[in-house]
Design a protein around this ligand. Structure first.
Ligand code: SAM
Length: 311
C-alpha cells in the first residue's frame, strides 16, 4: 500500500510489535503485566523551527495523503547508528535504545486503513477533543487536527518516538496561525514561524504507559474527557487489554467513541480483534461495532466502541 515509504509497515513483517519489557525482577509478575513507565508531557518547544532541523521528511504517497510529510525513519537510523530501527526482527526492536520500544517508530498499516476510512466515511473532527492513543507517527491525530479538531493529544509509550517522530510530524503538518509564508511549498518544507502557532498549541504530546498517562491527565483540575479516541495496532498483546479498556473507560466522554484499527490476529503475541472484542463484551461497558473488514494480505478490522449507556 505504501511501499515507497521507508518507514511504513512491510508485508514481510510478522505484523506484530515487540512486547514491552518488564521492569519487575519477579519472572511470574513479568509474565502478564505491562511494564510500569511513568508518563510525562513533552512540552511543545517555543521555537518550532528547531524541531525540523536535521530532520529528513518525505511526502506520503497517494492522492489521499496530499501534503502530508513524515519523518524518514532512515534519518533516525543515521541519528542512532548501530540501532536496528528498520529491523524486521521484533525481538531486536526492544534493544533499540536502553529501555524498551513498542513499535511507534514506523507507520503500521492499520493507520492507513483508518485514514482511508476517515475520508470514505467523512468522519467529522470539527470541534472535537481527540486522543491519538499509541500514536507513533501521529498521523491519525494530525488528520484530526487538520480536520478542525478543537484539541488533539498524542500518546506513545516511548519518549523517543514522541521527540523524534510524532513532534516533527506534528510540526511539519499542522498549519500555523499565519500560513501565508511559503504557501506553495508542501507542508513539511514551509518556513516555520518562530512563535508556536495557534494550531500547534492545540496539540499536546505525552509518553508513558497507559495507566500512568491516565493518572497524569486526570490529575489536571480542568481535564475534559475525549470526544474521540483514535487507536491503531494497539491490541496486539492481551496482557495490556485490561489497562487499555480502563483507559477508554476513564478518558472517553460518555457520548464519545473509539475508532480502533487492528489486524485480525497478531502472530507471536497472541492478541487480535476477536480476543479483544470478547474481552470488551465480558466487561459489559462498551458496545463494539465492526465498521470494515479489509481482507487483503493480513486480514484487518476497523471497529467502533461506544458506551452501552451513554448519558
Ligand atoms: N499507532 C501507530 C501506528 O499504527 O503506526 C503505532 C502502533 S505501534 C505497533 C503500538 C503503539 O502502542 C506503540 O506506539 C506504543 O506506544 C503503544 N502502546 C502499546 N502498549 C502500550 C502500553 N501498555 N502503554 C502505553 N502505550 C502502549
Amino acid at each position: 500500500k505504501c511501499s515507497s515509504l521507508g518507514n511504513a509497515a512491510s508485508s514481510e513483517d510478522t505484523g506484530s510489535p515487540p512486547p514491552i519489557a518488564n521492569r519487575s525482577d519477579d519472572p511470574e509478575a513479568c509474565k502478564h503485566q505491562p511494564s510500569w513507565k511513568p508518563a510525562k508531557e513533552h512540552v511543545m518547544p517555543k521555537d518550532v523551527n528547531h524541531v525540523l532541523e536535521n530532520t529528513v521528511l518525505e511526502m506520503l504517497p497517494g492522492p489521499q495523503h496530499a501534503n502530508t510529510a513524515v519523518v524518514k525513519t532512515v534519518s533516525l537510523k543515521e541519528k542512532f547508528p548501530g540501532e536496528n530501527i528498520l529491523s524486521k526482527s521484533f525481538s531486536s526492536h526492544s534493544d533499540l535504545i536502553p529501555g524498551v520500544y513498542e513499535g511507534g517508530l514506523k507507520i503500521w498499516e492499520c493507520t492507513f486503513d483508518l485514514l482511508t476510512y476517515f475520508t470514505k466515511a467523512k468522519v467529522k473532527f470539527a470541534g472535537q477533543k481527540v486522543l491519538d492513543l499509541g500514536c507513533g507517527s501521529g498521523l491519525l491525530g494530525i488528520t484530526a487536527s487538520k480536520g478542525g479538531a478543537r484539541e488533539v493529544h498524542f500518546q506513545d509509550y516511548n519518549g523517543l518516538v514522541i521527540d523524534e517522530v510524532t513532534l516533527p510530524n506534528v510540526v511539519a503538518n499542522v498549519p500555523l496561525q499565519d500560513d501565508s509564508n511559503g504557501k506553495n511549498e508542501p507542508d513539511g518544507k514551509r518556513q516555520r514561524k518562530s512563535e508556536v502557532g495557534r494550531e500547534i498549541c492545540k496539540c499536546r504530546l505525552f509518553s508513558g504507559e497507559w495507566a500512568e498517562f491516565c493518572k497524569l491527565v486526570l490529575r489536571e483540575k480542568l481535564f475534559v474527557k475525549y470526544d474521540l479516541i483514535l487507536t491503531s495496532e494497539t491490541i496486539y498483546n492481551p496482557d495490556y487489554y485490561s489497562t487499555l479498556h480502563e483507559t477508554f473507560l476513564r478518558l472517553l466522554s460518555r457520548n464519545g467513541r473509539v475508532l480502533l484499527a487492528s489486524k485480525a490476529h497478531y502472530f507471536g503475541v497472541g492478541g487480535g480483534v476477536h480476543l479483544f472484542q470478547k474481552f470488551v463484551e465480558e466487561k459489559g461497558v462498551f458496545e463494539t461495532r465492526t465498521l470494515e473488514v479489509i481482507d487483503e494480505g493480513l486480514k484487518r478490522f476497523l471497529m467502533e466502541m461506544t458506551f452501552k449507556h451513554p448519558s
